[in-house]
Each structure stands twice: as structure tokens, then as C-alpha cells.
Design a protein around this ligand. Structure first.
Ligand code: PLP
Length: 401
């Protein structure tokens, strides 16, 4: 007998499926704009100079491989909390934050959502922006947490729908959780402006919602880690209790190291201590304790002033390359006399651009030009380089004319 005959074939991961199709294509012209990882101007994975130097320093220390504490190393947690919440965070000063190391951003979301499933006594609904990163609803489904959508992206303007967003927030039951992308929204590349964040903070406070920030791209949007943490720090300053998922996959290029963090900003120190005790019990049953290599690299970079300065330059260099490619792509399409508007390519921010290409145009650009992207028209600008930007511009022009 077959013990597993009930198990059905699941759908492949949408984004990984794009890469699979790309790999099979034999054309020398092929371009992969589906990948969610930074590439340098030669389309190669990038090892940050600051990371390389940190690795050398760590290697020379001949450290052992003992277990980390359940919530990760405390020095790491303090440095990372400050990077996210800022040096002047009142919560950190008042010891009202709980910060633990997690398995990158996904691990932070999973532990955070699981903590909500187990310990949250208010409206257990998670409200996600429409659209959002595919893994958000998937994690909710896995944990059987109800999730709903609030309006976020306006396809007419290719921008943020402030009015729709506020209207929807006003109808969310008090005590629910609202997930916000802190910066460089995935998949749209559309972020609220500072004054729009201000409005959101007020409305969310008034409706008594718990904000959960997903910050997977700190530094990647503007090239400056402080600017990109604007929303999180504003909400903290406005007195919100909040949750925060951080990742060093993109901004340090530490994808496979799986290093991130989950923070809670709590009402008081006692609550923080209670949460810490329960988070540790939760993690103990999931993976006992986190991996040590990635957090050593992050700790070295954030605590060594020279390396930190180098890292800030490295992040800026990556963000600037993406901003530059956005400009070139837009110019390339406009130069060809395309009738549609393309300003959103440069208005949007971070690694992704929601081009507005329709599914049939995506199918055509893949078939005729060997350019691979997800059906929703999202491109990873990191996949564009000096050598292919003109080709991509030509292809977009052709399939939209
Ligand atoms: N959140 C968003 C919005 C993302 O786009 C990603 C990565 O693509 C993540 C979280 C988490 O990535 P990781 O688990 O690699 O840190």
C-alpha cells in the first residue's frame, strides 16, 4: 500500500518557474527579468566588498562552531534592531523591543505569523496589500490565518492608491494586523511618499491595527538605509506597537546565508520579556537556534566603522545601478516613439518594476524576444544591464505598439 497516495502534485513556484524556462532557452539573446536577486552590470551575482572583507576578518578569528542562543546572538540583535529602528529609537532605549535572529526575511515572517497564530488575542486577520509578495498569503494559508486584501496599487496611474487604501483600512476590524512593505514594494516598486506614510500612520492608529512591516530591501530603494527605514521609524515615533521583519539577503547580498531578524516593539518592558520567553519556546520547536555564519558577517560589518562605511557605499552602488537602468530603459522605449506613458519606470523604486505589460504581451516578449518575466508584467530591474537595456527597450516597444 501507498501511505502517501492522497498527496497531489502541487503547482510549481511561479518565480522559480520563470528561471527554469529561461535556463532551457538556447538563444544567446535571452534575458532573465524574473529573478529576485541583484546582478552586476555583467549580469553576474555580486559579492559586496564589505562582505568579502568581513569574511576574511572572521576567518582569521578561528571561531568555533558552537550553537547560537535560541534567539541568536545578542550583539547581532542589538545592531540589527538599531539599523531598522534607528539610533534614536525610544523603544530600544526603553528596552521595549524584542529582536531575534531569524532565517532571513521569510523566517522572520513565518515566526512572526506563527507567533500571531499562537498568541495574538485580538482580531486574527492579516490584511495584505493588493498585490503583494506571493509568499505572504502562502504563509498565512499554511498557518490557517485568515488573510484579506486592502487596495494599494492603482493600475491606472501605476502608482499608490492612497484614497482606496485609506477607505479599505477604515473597514478593517480593530485589532487586526496590517502588513506593510517598509520600502521597495514587491512586486510593484510603488512606495507611499513620506506624507502618505504620515496619513497611513494616523489612520492605522485610529483604527487600532497592529502594523507588521516587511523590510526586505532596506537601502535598495533610495541607496540610503536611513531613508528606506523612514516608515518604520515614523510609526515607532508615532507610538505604534509594531512587528518588523528584516532581511540581509538583498542589501548585503547574503541570500543563501539566510540571515534576518524579527522584532516586536511592545507597549512596555514586561510585555517584551514575556514575548521573548514565548518566542524562544516557539523557535525551539521549529529549528532550535539559527545559523551562525551569516550573522557573524552582519555583526562584523555593522560593528566595524570602516566596514560599515564600505557597506553603505556598496548598497548605494547597487541602488544607483538600478536607478540608472530604470532611466535608460525608459529613455530607450520613449526614444522609439512609443505612444504609451513610461514615467512609472523611473517613479517606481527598488529592484522591481511593474511595467503594465499585459499577460499576452508577456507571452509575446518571451516567445519573440526570449525575455523572461512573471505574467503580472513585473520585471526585476537588476536583470537589466548596459549590454541588454537597449534590446529590452526595443522588445517592450514592439510588444506594446
Ligand atoms: N519579503 C519580500 C517582500 C520579499 O520580496 C522577499 C524576498 O524576495 C522576502 C520578504 C524574503 O526574502 P528572504 O527570505 O530571502 O530574506
Amino acid at each position: 500500500s501507498n501511505f502517501w497516495s492522497n498527496v497531489q502534485m502541487g503547482p510549481p513556484d511561479v518565480i522559480l518557474g520563470v528561471t527554469e524556462a529561461f535556463k532551457k532557452d538556447k538563444s544567446p539573446k535571452k534575458v532573465n527579468l524574473g529573478v529576485g536577486a541583484y546582478r552586476d552590470d555583467n549580469n553576474k551575482p555580486y559579492i559586496l566588498p564589505s562582505v568579502r572583507q568581513a569574511e576574511e576578518i572572521i576567518f582569521k578569528k578561528c571561531l568555533n562552531h558552537e550553537y547560537a542562543p535560541i534567539g541568536g546572538d545578542a550583539t547581532y540583535a542589538n545592531l540589527v534592531a538599531k539599523l531598522g529602528l534607528g539610533d534614536n529609537s525610544l523603544a530600544i532605549k526603553e528596552k521595549r523591543n524584542v529582536t531575534i535572529q531569524t532565517l532571513s526575511g521569510t523566517g522572520a515572517l513565518r515566526v512572526g505569523f506563527e507567533f500571531i497564530a499562537n498568541h495574538y488575542s485580538h482580531s486574527k486577520e492579516i490584511w495584505l496589500p493588493a498585490p503583494t509578495w506571493g509568499n505572504h498569503p502562502q504563509i498565512c494559508n499554511m498557518l490557517r490565518i485568515p488573510h484579506k486584501k486592502y487596495r494599494y496599487y492603482d493600475p491606472r496611474t501605476h502608482g499608490f492608491d492612497l484614497q482606496g487604501c485609506c477607505e479599505d483600512i477604515c473597514s478593517i476590524p480593530p485589532g487586526s494586523i496590517i502588513l506593510l512593505h517598509a520600502c521597495a514594494h514587491n512586486p510593484t516598486g510603488v512606495d507611499p511618499k513620506p506624507e502618505e506614510w504620515q496619513t497611513l500612520s494616523e489612520v492605522i492608529k485610529e483604527k487600532k491595527l497592529l502594523p507588521f512591516f516587511d523590510m526586505a530591501y532596506q537601502g535598495f530603494a533610495t541607496g540610503n538605509v536611513d531613508n528606506d527605514a523612514f516608515a518604520v521609524r515614523l510609526f515607532e515615533k508615532d507610538g505604534h506597537q509594531l512587528m518588523l521583519a528584516q532581511s540581509f539577503a538583498k542589501n548585503m547580498g547574503l541570500y543563501g546565508e539566510r540571515v534576518g531578524a524579527l522584532s516586536f516593539v511592545c507597549a512596555d518592558q514586561d510585555t517584551a520579556a514575556n514575548i521573548m520567553s514565548q518566542v524562544k519556546i516557539l523557535i525551539r520547536t521549529l529549528y532550535s537556534n539559527p545559523a551562525i555564519n551569516g550573522s557573524r558577517i552582519v555583526t562584523e560589518i555593522l560593528s566595524n566603522p570602516e566596514l560599515r562605511a564600505q557597506w553603505l557605499c556598496d548598497v548605494k552602488e547597487m541602488a544607483d545601478r538600478i536607478i540608472n537602468m530604470r532611466k535608460k530603459l525608459r529613455e530607450g522605449i520613449e526614444r522609439r516613439g512609443n505612444k504609451l506613458k513610461w514615467q512609472h519606470i523611473t517613479d517606481q523604486i527598488g529592484m522591481f518594476c511593474y511595467t503594465g505589460l499585459k499577460p499576452d504581451q508577456v507571452a509575446r516578449i518571451t516567445k519573440d524576444f526570449h525575455i523572461y518575466l512573471t505574467k503580472d508584467g513585473r520585471i526585476s530591474v537588476a536583470g537589466i544591464s548596459s549590454s541588454n537595456v537597449d534590446y529590452v527597450a526595443e522588445a517592450i516597444h514592439k510588444v506594446t505598439s
